[in-house]
Design a protein around this ligand. Structure first.
Ligand SMILES: Cc1cc2nc3c(=O)[nH]c(=O)nc-3n(C[C@H](O)[C@H](O)[C@H](O)COP(=O)(O)OP(=O)(O)OC[C@H]3O[C@@H](n4cnc5c(N)ncnc54)[C@H](O)[C@@H]3O)c2cc1C
Length: 568
């Protein structure tokens, strides 16, 4: 049975940064990913990463913008850590080989992003995630003697010892179908978000909430799950993202009358207000009949106002996306977009060292909720979150490992249970529904009822549908009966993870009877600090999962910035 001081599940930016940090502290590390690490979803990140590195900027300003962007739900101790450590982290990335864009003076260039009071987004054209991920992967090679890479291994569940501490995980080698138990002094979850619970979404097919659901099933609380970010600029048909970098470079949003409607809701920041504000403004234009396109379901993003040379240099990827997926040359004509699911602010509750309430279990990146984003994440703060809290988790887990023995855990029972479950899925008769049908219905339900605007009736409908889909998912059948690269059977497991994430999201959205950040309740349209300036936590009793999601609350940490009215 493989044994590691630190086992990291997920090899996107959070996982790889955690692995490097733990290895540099002398720990033996295992890093596992269901796809090749550089295919992790972080590779899609486009616009950039925030840090107060300009001489006239200050991390306090970055922190205040983040607190305000979060609609005062973000925990300010965590936000202070993230923003104060950002400049050193970005400079470190440059020193290890990230070719950030430079200006004519040869300095690192910074672009404007939503909700920021000044330009503070470092970028590599519009392929920032790809640039970061490849450099970290190169760095990981240097540690090949102490970092074991389990590439194309799919984790099915977490292991706990008799005292309830996390002691490893069960996983399946995707290539062969072999099941294996891994023992570890610490496990760091870095499995990314759960965007595929929505349809459409900007997230790739692998973003299925595995880490969130595995931690939840093991008894870890989830926090801020009701806060789901709709990005203002996604292609109407496919939901593919057009980076906020486009508006950062000066692009306009126009309704059917050719008006820059952001004047009404954010006269100062206009298109660069925070994402929740812009998405709501767009949805209002669409709902009130001022949308563009066949059913009036879109809004125009006009990039032609940006000098063509600059667009071709700094936004080249979205020039290609526009041509390939919408048949539009964005340097010559506006492109039709609308709000689309993009990011989840919620996740597994952690402290600023990445620790979850389960001893030995850490989480970092989009899977986690240290609550730096609160009710709404600012663009370009997620890459930062993955790196800062990935590093901190790796360092903390390595230090913890130095002081404890390898846990003794009898993994056989759980190994058998997970193997039997997979065999059972493979052997199911074809009398239920297919995994893909259930997944589609789940995504469409979430996109209809748990989107930019929500109300009690829609959320209750969504909860009922999810209850039915949960039962159906337990019987869903698949085509592939083999062992080698059987993605079908893994898809059935992923469906179960997504259903759990969706249920937690809806339960939390029903609970929060106010409007804050990404949660706008048309039946409770005001923010209500007196009753709801608190986090909602959703947990499962690991020994009695059938009792369903349990709701509790925790206070928001406020250090320097008292809640105030949010205007852009
Ligand atoms: C199109 C797009 C553009 C974006 N642009 C930006 C941007 O410009 N700036 C910004 O700050 N943010 C951006 N974001 C958000 C940001 O990219 C993500 O939030 C962030 O990269 C998530 O990183 P992560 O390391 O947490 O997870 P991921 O990169 O998603 O990695 C998850 C890892 O977990 C592994 N995994 C998952 N489940 C399992 C399992 N069961 N077993 C084994 N391994 C598993 C996966 O294989 C993968 O290695 C963007 C997001 C999208 C979708």
């Amino acid at each position: 049975m493989p044994e590691h001081d630190v086992l990291i599940i997920g090899a996107g930016l959070a996982g790889q940064r955690a692995a490097l940090a733990a290895a540099e502290k002398g720990a033996s590390v295992g890093i596992m990913s269901k796809v090749h690490p550089v295919r992790s979803h972080s590779v899609a990140a486009a616009g950039g990463i925030n840090a107060a590195i300009s001489v006239d900027d200050d991390w306090h300003s970055h922190a205040y913008d983040t607190v305000k962007g979060s609609d005062f739900l973000g925990d300010q101790d965590a936000i202070e850590v993230m923003c104060s450590e950002a400049p050193a982290e970005v400079m470190h990335l440059e020193h290890i080989g990230v070719t950030f864009h430079r200006n004519d003076k040869g300095e690192m260039d910074l672009r404007a992003f939503g909700g920021a009071s000044m330009k503070r987004t470092a970028y590599v054209a519009d392929i920032t995630g790809q640039a970061l991920l490849h450099v970290l992967y190169e760095q990981l090679m240097k540690h090949h003697e102490t970092v074991a890479r389990y590439e194309e291994w799919f984790t099915t569940s977490l292991l706990r010892d008799e005292e309830g501490r996390c002691a490893g995980a069960i996983a399946r080698d995707v290539r062969s179908g072999r099941m294996e138990a891994f023992t570890a002094k610490n496990v760091i979850l870095a499995c990314g978000g759960a965007g595929q619970a929505y349809k459409p979404t900007t997230n790739g097919l692998i973003v299925t909430g595995d880490g969130i659901a595995m931690a939840y099933r093991a008894g870890a609380p989830l926090m801020d799950m009701e806060m789901v970010q709709y990005h203002p600029t996604c292609l109407v048909e496919t939901g593919i993202l057009i980076t906020e970098g486009a508006r950062g470079e000066g692009a306009h949003l126009l309704n059917a009358n050719g008006e820059r409607f952001m004047e009404k809701s954010a006269p100062n920041k206009m298109e660069l207000a925070s994402r929740d504000v812009v998405s709501r403004a767009e949805q209002i234009e669409i709902n009130e009949g001022r949308g563009v396109g066949p059913d009036g379901a879109g809004i125009y993003l006009d990039v032609t106002v940006v000098p063509r040379k600059r667009t071709l240099e700094a936004l080249r990827e979205i020039v290609n996306l526009g041509k390939d997926f919408a048949g539009v040359d964005i340097t010559r004509e506006p492109i039709m977009i609308r709000p689309g699911q993009h990011y989840i602010m919620g996740g597994v509750k952690t402290d600023i060292e990445g620790r979850t309430p389960i001893e030995g279990l850490y989480a970092a990146g989009e899977v986690a909720c240290v609550s730096v984003h609160g009710g709404n994440r600012l663009g370009a703060n997620s890459l930062l979150d993955t790196l800062i809290f990935g590093r901190r988790s790796g360092e903390h887990a390595a230090a913890r490992a130095a002081g404890i023995p390898m846990p003794t855990v009898n993994a056989n029972a759980q190994l058998r249970e997970d193997s039997t479950q997979l065999e059972a899925i493979i052997g199911r008769s074809r009398d239920g529904r297919r995994v893909s049908e259930i997944k589609s219905e789940l995504g469409e339900t979430m996109n209809k009822q748990v989107a930019v605007f929500r109300d009690e009736e829609g959320l209750q409908n969504a909860l009922e549908t999810i209850g039915r889909l949960k039962e159906e998912a337990g019987k869903a059948w698949i085509d592939d009966r083999g062992t080698v690269f059987n993605q079908d059977v893994l898809g059935a497991l992923e469906l179960g993870y997504m259903v759990d994430c969706a249920e937690a999201t809806v339960v939390a959205a029903l609970e929060r009877k106010e409007s804050r950040g990404a949660q706008f309740r048309t039946d409770f349209p005001e923010r209500n600090d007196a009753e709801w300036l608190k986090h909602i936590e959703i947990s499962l009793n690991a020994d009695d999962r059938a009792s369903g999601p349990q709701v509790s609350y925790s206070p928001v940490t406020i250090t320097q910035w008292q809640p105030e009215e949010r205007k852009y």
